[in-house]
Write a protein that binds this ligand. Structure first.
Ligand code: PLZ
Length: 468
């Protein structure tokens, strides 16, 4: 039955005179003109309740109107400092000028033909760039998909065909997506897996190196030996197609493994013909001060999974890897209607150009140099900050009850809510819900970054006084 048109909410469209570049650049400054969320956001929240499935959550209840550089403007005219990048996606800044131009031009040329029907250059060019940028100078191939989960799932498919084996190992605290296979790879039950089983079989879990929570002094090699003992006894190398690991874990808590952990796993995988898959969906694409986070550990993975930061928000993901592994798959075995959509490819090429032209890998290191010392100085005076960790523009604080390491999820939620109310977008994560993570766009200014950290410090201080 068709809806009576009078009940259909109006759909906002840009007026034909409005420039696609936006009316004027968004002023890069925090500005609060209403409470957060304001009345226009609350009205949208009411519409949402009646229209959108309640299983989808949102960190903030304020609705975006524009975003650019280091800020997000909401529908009430508030301008928020963005320390989340839409979960590590708008690394070059939302609506980055090169991306806007490339997508506009591509949309005018063609929006879709399907690479499996009538291929086009953009897809090939993105594959060439990924083959160039991912670690290692061996011969590589790439294949493109839409989401991070889809790419992880395909990396596993490729590893299985190549090895003729079926088992896959993932790690404690891992996050790899919400599809059936990637739910199985993901560690945390609530909210990602709860009630959604049965899950894919032949997925095994190994201990992660988690320096803050491991026995003190356990080094990377020892942590790897602990994992490999589990893998050896519970799976057996001869049955194992792949090890899938985030070089810095994202949703699980921004866990940076002890130095040497990844290298020892990769070495063992090579010895046993196991495909080593780096899930760089969150940590990749300049985010950590290298093109890929695993470079910090000097490890060359067999397959690399990219998504998020690859295309400034257009849905695109990829698997890149050794030619002999990638090309083991039979003709027609990989694909999908939208994989490597031309708009997303145009955005990816413009994103890569922006990262290189604006030295954003270096910029991520500058962000680290600004943020980490500030967080460490907060930690020195605040026993609730148990750990400060991360690389580049992927850094976090782990909040605990003073005097031990017991996670304080309630405090973490309160700090995030306090930042949100003051117009700073921060995210939380962690198996125990007690990690406050910062993922600013690399287009953010030092001033905005500093102001965001000032707000975080104020919120922590206020909550401390309230508890005392
Ligand atoms: N691998 C390492 O971080 C996505 C998920 C947020 P998709 N992380 C954000 C949520 O609650 O859904 C992610 C990741 C790593 C894979 C994925 C999955 O990427 O593009 O969300 O499918």
């Amino acid at each position: 039955m068709a809806l009576p048109t009078s009940l259909t909410p109006p759909i906002a469209t840009a007026s034909p005179t409005q420039s696609l570049e936006g009316p004027e650049p968004l002023l890069q400054a925090r500005r609060l003109v209403t409470e957060i969320p304001g009345p226009a956001s609350r009205a949208l929240a009411d519409r949402r309740r009646a229209a959108v499935a309640s299983g989808v959550g949102s960190t903030m209840q304020t609705y975006a109107r524009r975003a650019e550089g280091g800020v997000i403007e909401d529908v009430d005219g508030n301008v928020l400092i963005d320390l989340g990048s839409g979960i590590a996606v708008t690394t070059v800044g939302s609506a980055a000028p090169r991306v806007v131009r490339a997508v506009r031009d591509q949309a005018a040329a063609f929006t879709h033909t399907c690479f499996m029907v009538t291929p086009y250059e953009g897809y090939v060019a993105v594959a060439e760039q990924l083959n160039r940028l991912t670690p290692g100078d061996h011969e590589k191939r790439s294949v493109l998909f839409n989401s991070g989960a889809e790419a992880v799932e395909n990396a596993v498919k490729i590893a299985r065909v190549h090895t003729g084996r079926s088992a896959v190992v993932a790690f404690d605290h891992a996050y790899h997506g919400r599809t059936n296979l990637t739910m199985a790879l993901t560690a945390k039950s609530m909210p990602y897996k709860h009630g959604f089983g049965p899950f894919a079989s032949e997925v095994y879990r190994a201990p992660m190196s988690y320096p803050y929570r491991d026995e003190p002094g356990l080094d990377g090699r020892e942590a790897a030996a602990r994992s490999l003992a589990v893998i050896d006894k519970q799976v057996g190398a001869g049955n194992l197609a792949a090890i899938v690991i985030e070089p810095i874990q994202g949703e699980g808590g921004f866990i940076v493994p002890a130095p040497g952990f990844l290298a020892a796993l990769a070495e063992w995988a090579r010895e046993h013909g196991v495909v080593f898959i780096a899930d760089e969906v969150q940590s990749g694409f300049a985010r950590t001060g290298a093109w890929f986070a695993i470079e910090h550990e000097g490890v060359v993975p067999d397959l690399v999974v990219s998504a998020k930061g690859i295309a400034d928000g257009l849905p695109l993901s990829a698997v890149t890897g050794r030619a002999e592994i990638m090309d083991a798959v039979h003709a027609g075995g990989l694909g999908g209607t939208y994989g490597g959509n031309p708009l997303a490819c145009a955005a990816a090429l413009a994103t890569i150009e922006t990262i290189e032209a604006e030295s954003m890998v270096q910029r991520a290191r500058e962000v680290e140099a600004l943020v980490l010392p500030r967080l460490r100085s907060l930690q020195a005076a605040d026993p609730r900050i148990g750990d400060v960790r991360g690389r580049g523009a992927m850094v976090a604080v782990e909040l605990v009850h003073p005097g031990g390491r017991e996670p304080d999820a309630a405090l973490t939620s309160a700090v995030a809510a306090g930042c949100h109310a003051r117009g700073v977008v921060v995210l939380t994560c962690g198996t125990y819900g007690n990690v406050l993570r910062l993922l600013p766009p690399l287009a953010i200014s030092d001033e905005l970054l500093t102001e965001g950290l000032d707000v975080l410090a104020d919120v922590l201080a206020e909550l401390g006084r309230a508890a005392a």
